[in-house]
Write a protein that binds this ligand. Sequence first.
Ligand SMILES: [Zn+2]
Length: 377
Amino acid sequence: MKFNEVLGQESAKERLIRMVDSDEIPHALLIHGEAGIPKLALARAMAQYIHCENRQNGDSCGICPSCLQHKSMNHADTYYSFPIVKKSGRSEENACSDDFSKEWSDFLNSNPLVENYENWLEILKNENAQPLIYKGESVSIIHKMSLSTLSSKYKVLIMWLPEKMNATCANRLLKLIEEPSSDSIFILVSDNSNQILPTIYSRTQRIELKRLSTGLIASYLQDKYNLQQQDATAVAATADGNILLAESNLAYDSENKEFFKEFVLLMRLAYSRDLKQLKDWSERIFAYKREKARRFLKYTSRMIRENYIYNIHEQSLNYLTQEEENFSTKFAPFINEGNVIKMLDEINRAEIDIAGNANGRIVLFDLAIKITILIKR
Ligand SMILES: [Zn+2]
């Protein structure tokens, strides 16, 4: 990772570059800021810059042996620590980040520009557990930082989310961070620096990262998702400088457009009593994974409610996109006192059935038939 690949943060980059160029690198750096502000990428760029054999114009060269090792995550003097869930057979005493080194490089490779904790939880495949940095990791770090450097002047340890160290781990590392060997550099990367053990926090030199501008987020979205500039800017503007929020808003946006089309189709086919096509429709919704089918049913409930509100001319209470509202101008009269409650009940029941492992194929076709009957009232 080169500095010029990291989004924004120009003044933080300048500070880091100055530290390296003047050979006054603090032994413990803390790069912190809210989740959704890319920080890990900056820490990686810093480590690569420290190790680069041919720095030029305030950046690493990207092609020397050190830079190439950084790129493939195999740099001999760079270590990573991060929160994990104990693997079976591992205890507090020996659970360490290296147990997940393969998952970790997949994680960094799949999202190099911005780290996403939710994504890390998915990779750990244990969404209910609270990942921690255990005592075992402090043992591993103390060992690694006692080794001589192999290919460079400094060994660098990048710790992602030091606030996830449990107390035993943090206390054991305290001495190392207070009195590091002259060739050791710790770069801590935190989403919630106020949760770091104060004795560690106070030993670090801190660099707080700022939220990204709407323009930067928009150009990131444009590149990554191949969006038009106007669409990317509209989504970026809702994200308050948080890239992860921008991406989840974007996903929500495109999923809702797809749901809207399926909702319109359901209502049209139900109105024309086209059972054969309704069967195809229910197969298509069934092909969604269960959670997506549930989100679709929730969307359908919301649209029924919105159309009822629209029908009784309480538009000030409506929350519809332009596309949805265009449809409602003609469709809303079909949702009325005679059927709104029953329709919502049926959709709700279908969602519960699908959540509870019922045969989704039957549940969805059954729902389509009931709507065919209810929409005529
Ligand atoms: Zn280089």
